[in-house]
Ligand binder design. Structure first.
Ligand SMILES: *Cc1c(COP(=O)(O)O)cnc(C)c1O
Length: 460
């Protein structure tokens, strides 16, 4: 064997080109440019393959998007077939079959009050569109509602990276620097029980958690257009599930005080939490629903904002009344992405994805129990196929590791050596595999995670 096979050379060239020209998202590029990087070339099922022929289990579904495995033949075929017919045509002034068909399917899939679908390309835009629609809805209703101008958002929330979505976000690390550019919102505490914002302990803490929220709605509902929330579990905020009953109660309060409920299911949608949508856990009907990530099974960018007929109708009128929703993106309703999304939904029924998932969720819960053996594990949180393992220096006091120790990052490097790709949220190790993962693969993923946390902790 020579020490430089042709594929090796390709990797080296590509890596060099990357380091000279690319700027990666959410990445300290100094660190990136100084360390060796993987060049991913191929994906099949739950595995990604790099240019050196190494194979990795995709433990975070390529940023939470992949559902049925990479390059699933049914979705690939649907995209190919669509590509031979029509690549792209605009929804501004025209329509196309995949967009109309997908809108129909999404309306069937979601609560009965949601009857209208607005497409865009990313989770951030789907949320931003819901905010703008809600705001304009109150303008359309007339002068009496002029005071409704702001939104309620939860601490530690994440809704994407465009300025509107950042305005309703609450992850200090990502959002703080942009604060002067953002519109003001009303912030309420999220029940992050491991680090309770109110310093409460179970069993009676849930009630207190919504008290401040209720108080805000009671006293300020005349200023509030709507409330934005990630249903059942916060994702990027660290995989933090809500206490049981919280979402249902929250929804009831929004109705009682006449403010919109905007659910951001960008991360939780399409089976992630064990149900097709997370809102099903508590039978909630939102006024707006934002979908993205898993909508195309993780193949192409697409997002959707759904809303009710009542809200939609407030935008109807003569052109010169200027009630239209003046918002759109070039690739809104892209036929390739919509064809992929239709195929994604077909695979759900063909492969009985949700039925098969239930046993795997229980298996994951059991397998995760072993994590508590590791002294640096402070908390283990899970809802369906969204799991987070929070690492701390001291479990008793939940004292975090110093930021410079890069514990989460170290675990990821250890896991990579063992053939599993992960991406942490600070020092919370995230496990979020494709729903199609098998039990033996799930077992490997959890074992590798355990060993990687142990190895990272023992370093130094
Ligand atoms: C990822 C995410 C977003 C942003 O989606 P993008 O497609 O990355 O813009 C918004 N909300 C939640 C809950 C998310 O997890």
């Amino acid at each position: 064997m020579t020490d430089s096979s042709p594929t090796d050379r390709t990797e080296t060239d590509l890596e060099r080109l990357d380091k000279q020209t690319l700027w990666h998202p959410f990445t300290q590029m100094k660190e990136w440019m100084e360390s060796p990087q993987l060049v991913i070339e191929r994906g099949r099922g739950v595995y990604l393959h790099d240019t050196r022929g190494r194979k990795y289990l995709d433990g975070v579904s390529s940023l939470w998007a992949n559902i049925h495995g990479h390059s699933h033949p049914h979705i690939v075929r649907a995209i190919r077939r669509q590509l031979d017919r029509l690549d792209h045509s605009s929804l501004l002034g025209l329509t196309n079959a995949p967009a109309a068909q997908l809108a129909g399917k999404l309306v069937e899939l979601t609560p009965p009050n949601l009857t209208r679908v607005f497409f865009s390309d990313d989770g951030a835009t789907a949320v931003e569109i819901a905010l703008k629609m809600s705001f304009q809805y109150w303008r359309n209703r007339g002068r009496r509602w002029d005071s409704k101008k702001t939104f309620v958002a939860f601490s530690n929330a994440y809704h994407g990276d465009t300025l509107g979505s950042v305005s309703v976000g609450g992850v200090r690390l990502f959002h703080e620097v942009f604060r002067p550019l953002l519109f003001p919102t009303i912030r309420v505490p999220y029940p992050y029980c491991y680090r309770c914002p109110l310093g409460k302990q179970p069993p009676n803490c849930e009630i207190d958690q919504l008290q401040e929220f209720e108080q805000v709605l009671r006293t300020r509902h005349r200023e509030i257009c709507g409330v934005v929330v990630e249903p059942m579990i916060q994702g990027a905020g660290g995989m933090v599930p809500m206490p049981k009953g919280f979402l249902g109660k929250l929804a009831e309060l929004t109705r009682r005080f006449g403010v919109h409920l905007i659910l951001d299911e960008v991360a939780t949608g399409f089976g992630r939490t064990g149900r097709m949508l997370a809102l099903e856990h508590e039978g909630v009907q939102p006024d707006f629903l934002a979908l993205a990530k898993g909508i195309t099974g993780g193949t192409l960018p697409l997002a959707a904002t759904l809303t009710s007929e009542e809200i939609f109708e407030s935008f109807l009128g003569e052109y010169e009344e200027f009630k239209s929703f003046f918002h759109g993106h070039t690739y809104t309703g892209n036929p390739l992405a919509c064809a992929a999304a239709l195929a994604n939904l077909e695979v759900f029924s063909k492969e009985k994805t949700l039925q098969k998932l239930q046993g795997k969720i229980r298996y994951l819960t059991k397998a995760l129990r072993r994590m508590w053996e590791l002294p640096c594990v402070g908390d283990v949180r899970q809802l369906g196929f969204m799991a987070g393992i929070e690492l701390v220096r001291d479990r008793g006091s939940s004292q975090p590791f110093p930021v410079g120790r890069r514990m989460g990052h170290r675990v990821v490097l250890q896991a990579r050596r063992r053939g599993v790709l992960l991406r942490p949220l600070g020092d919370t190790v995230v496990l979020m595999p494709p729903l199609s993962i098998t039990r033996p693969q799930l077992k490997t993923m959890v074992e590798v995670t355990y060993n990687s946390i142990q190895a990272a902790w023992e370093e130094e």
